[in-house]
Design a protein around this ligand. Structure first.
Ligand SMILES: Cc1ncc(C[n+]2csc(CCOP(=O)(O)OP(=O)(O)O)c2C)c(N)n1
Ligand SMILES: [Mg+2]
Length: 322
């Protein structure tokens, strides 16, 4: 199909947005009892990166993982059932939003302990190298995670051992309520930290899916040809509260007008304008996409709501590996 890749980029971002908007809408029913960290506004990073990954490439993430899981091909029904705590959930209903997993589709794990998946991802990449696999690992991390000691240990080890890993830092400028300015010295540049470990680095606009996609294509080529890791830092912005379905701009921890500025830079809206202008997609096709996604979302929420809770006897199972 003509322009299939470009259409997929749009479809995947829109689908993630619509899933998260539905989560936000239904959250107050109190049937989803786990905390949710929504990625609304940040979809271009997940999609621009994951559209270049093979099924057997591995992705790892953290607390804000829905977009990464879905962009990597994670099963939507199993994700929603997990949010509803049901036995059909991807972690059998025991993990919730921050413990997503879909091994079949290469989504290895999401863990809410900030920074904790970075060394695990490096370990998986090292295993790939030892097994002479051609697959790569991608780990998504926030700007806050770059303040953890394990971030540096992981960069050093990845560089030392030349493992096939793509680090993707989603710099949304905030860790909960704190701006980078009150957390990191002004001279501290995240991408330079990676560079100083001898790692090839790219930086760019995380709201521009084409830029993210182009950068990722180059990064993966570099990882595979040079057998070395790559670090990408992308600037983006979270629209809603750190954790939960609501906005929280009234709290005043972000500068006046900052959120509005980023909403104007909506990754989905701006890409839609681009692909309509270039006649890659028509308004009618977009309407059709919205209908298809809505219907998939309806089915998936019904599945999650109708599924049963895990049996009490299973409480102590699946905790340790056999
Ligand atoms: C080790 C650790 N410290 C603190 C927290 C509490 N916490 C959860 S999310 C978060 C913010 C992380 O910010 P960032 O990495 O930038 O990700 P973002 O929320 O912006 O996507 C914090 C401090 C945690 N989960 N783990
Ligand atoms: Mg952040």
């Amino acid at each position: 199909m003509l322009n299939k890749f470009e259409k997929n980029l749009y479809y995947a971002m829109l689908r993630i947005r619509m899933v998260e908007e539905r989560i936000a809408e239904l959250y107050s029913e109190q049937e989803m009892r786990c905390p949710v960290h929504l990625s609304i506004g940040q979809e271009a990073v997940a999609v621009g990166v994951c559209e270049h990954l093979q099924k057997n490439d591995i992705v790892m993430s953290a607390h804000r993982a829905h977009a990464h899981y879905l962009a990597k091909g994670g099963d939507l029904k199993a994700m929603l059932a997990e949010l509803y705590g049901k036995s059909t959930g991807c972690a059998k209903g025991k993990g919730g939003s921050m413990h997503l997993i879909d091994l079949e589709n290469g989504f290895f794990a999401a863990v809410p302990i900030v920074g904790s998946t970075i060394p695990i991802a490096v370990g998986v990449a090292w295993a790939f190298k030892m097994k002479k696999s051609t697959n790569i690992v991608t780990v998504f991390l926030g700007d806050g995670a770059t303040e953890e000691g394990v971030f540096f240990e992981s960069l050093d080890f990845a560089s030392l051992k030349n493992v096939p890993i793509l680090f993707v830092c989603e710099n949304n400028f905030y860790s909960v309520y704190s701006n980078l300015k009150v957390r990191q010295a002004p001279q501290r540049k995240i991408s330079v930290l990676a560079e100083s470990h001898g790692i090839k680095t790219f930086t760019g606009d995380g709201n521009d899916v084409q830029q993210v996609s182009k950068m990722t294509r180059e990064a993966i080529k570099f990882i595979k040809n040079m057998n070395k890791p790559v670090f990408i830092e992308l600037e983006t912005f979270r629209w809603l509260e750190h954790c939960g379905p609501n906005g929280d701009d009234e709290l005043g921890y972000r500068e006046v007008g900052e959120l509005e500025k980023w909403i104007k830079k909506c990754p989905i809206e701006s890409y839609k304008n681009t692909i309509i202008e270039k006649s890659i997609v028509t308004e009618t096709e977009i309407t059709q996409m919205i209908e298809n996604i809505s219907s998939e979302i309806n089915d998936s929420f019904n599945f999650a709501k109708e599924s049963v809770f895990p049996k009490l006897e299973l409480l102590n199972q699946h905790i340790y590996k056999d």
